[in-house]
Design a protein around this ligand. Sequence first.
Ligand code: MOS
Length: 769
Amino acid sequence: MKHSDLDLHSRGQARFVDDLPEPEGLLHAVVLASSVAHGRIKGLDTEKAKQYRGVRAVLSAADIPGSNQIGTLVADEPLLAEDTVDYVGQPVALVLAGSEAAARAALPCIKLEIEELPAVLDPRQAQEQGELIIPPRTFCLGEVEAVWQRCDVIIEGRVDSGAQEHLYLETQGSLAVPGERGSVRVISSTQSPTGVQRVIARILGLAMHQVEVEVTRLGGAFGGKEDQATAWAALAALGAVRCAAPVKLVLHRHEDMVYTGKRHPYSSDYRIGMSANGQVLAYEVEFYQNAGAAADLSPAILERTLFHCTGSYFVPNVKATAYCCRTNIAPNTAFRGFGGPQGMFVIEAALFKAAAALGVSPAELQEKNLLKEGDTFPYGMAAVRCSAPICWQEAKSRYDYEKSQARVEAFNSTHRLHKKGLALMPVCFGISFTNTVLNQGGALVHVYTDGSVSVSTGAVEMGQGVKYKILEVAARVFSIDRGRIKVESTSTMRVANTSPTAASTGADLNGKATEIACRAILKRIKEAAIKELGQKDPAKAEIRNEQIFYDGEKTNLNWDRLIPRVYTQRVNLSAQAHYATPGIYFDKAKEKGEPFAYHAYGTALCEVTLDCLRGTYEVDAVKAVHDLGPSLVPQVDLGQAEGGIVQGIGWLTLEEVLYSEEGRLLTGTLSTYKVPDIYQTPKELEVHFLENTENPLGLFHSKAIGEPPLMYGIGVYYALLAAIQAFRPQADLPVVAPMTPERVLMTLYRDRLAGLRGFNPRSRKTVSP
Ligand code: MOS
């Protein structure tokens, strides 16, 4: 791909926080974290550590000049623990030394005395004990209570989905450099430069204009740096200001895995009612979200679970309740899909079970209840330009669903110890931040006198390719060579009050702002051009591939010659612009509104082959038809779709986060936590972008791509369940994710294993909350 950072990445020349040249007098910071899941701090003695050779300072809560509070949605999270510790990995103190080795060596010299308190890891237990971060929320449509007696079939069940480690390649980190008059400049690996700026100002008691946060690129984020990059940036800034020296804080992989939160595990109960012909009449669901020890973004994530609780289906009567449960593990946080996948996973379970009860295939039920134009979502919005049915039909025909089904059935009837499973997975995902205020973006564009262009926006490049979409926008508006355009780092000084680059909205919001800014400059350029040409009507001036045309006729002006003349005319060649998504709102009192600019739709066909002797499996295929509108940069969109699918498969199959009963993470290394590699990538991975589709509210009519494809991974789970069912047709299969090969084996031989006396599947007691 041209004009990308690929050459930098492949040569190891792309700089991340830890690669930056080290400023003179740099101090290295290391965190002392709680090793206890819940307790009262009885004593913290840092004197001996302060005496350690090379140590400059040891800071604790008492050293924070401003307010010791980093909570974004709820003020419930200290930067450094004060009276209690609430999870293993919670920062308690910060050691600053001339070398990282010295700082680490001094850590054991700190005496931290904690009186242990009972720890709660299970969200249902937390809910029973009243440990809720916000009051429960309920979305209702129609009247479920009135409908149950009209249902021919009612199925109830429980569904559990596990956590997921972000495992961004670049761990959390920050470099803070103190400036004049107490100001500080921070390079942070964050999706939310403004969020980091705001919290640092609060922690240090500074005005926001005294804090500059800059981001060049992140080595991955996936939501894990939307809120959780903040603590490390704030700690580095605290150290820098207290010691009047530059400070770097970069977490080691194991620290990162233990200290930071993950995708929320959910435990859910559902009840689904349908008519004998498979029409879903009512759906009731309760979600227990394991939020961890502080709110972080959990309430917003909980909300998105509710928004997506009916998946790609129309259900006329819905009651969905969600509990945001406080437990003693690291605060869980944003992760690609932001609670949506957890909600969709449950309704797919309900349909899978209902299909078995009705003696039909899940696909038949899915198709019968699929969203169509004008259907109402439980939050009151109608599905418009609903491409769910067309994606579904096109996936079925393009990928030969009927034939595949026959082939799988034939395979299963001729193989005893190997079974195949097939599943269709429709995805519907609302695009916009559900927190309406965040739906704004900004851009600052300069055209320099040599005709080169500089674009700054609020969007953070994290490997998702937003930078190339922004570049594409500027290139299209100006109609100039892409090589002339540079998309700059993201800085709070150039673009202020930015929303996090999240919710798949980075390109839409910041790209639209870029488009507005470029159009404003282009208008001035055209006005200047007609003066140069001795013409009258700027509307007749046009730039095509750097050449200036007037009234359709080629002129002697091109971009190179024109821009210096525009400058000579003393015309402003810079513009700042702001974009706010029109028409969206949400009324939390009624739980109704139009929270999304639009929805992304698609359907994937998933196929797996299971080894029923070993429990191992292969993902044969994931083939999707995805409605993306006209793609702005197809390579970027394809990369996002493929990566999202594999990450979704990882969440529900291999990636298992386990804690000890004392709340210690047992899967904090890459030898104990398995992410998908090339062998778990579907052997056939295909994404077809739906043709002839338009999205007036998207960037050049395209649609956001970051999150929706992850949810095709849910189809792989249900394909696995179908394969297990082919081996054990009579069993009532539990719906628990991730479906690791170990869990497959346990599920296949559940009855027999239960009969073995003293059988314990794990030598060590573990908890997957
Ligand atoms: Mo994203 S999960 O909205 O940071």
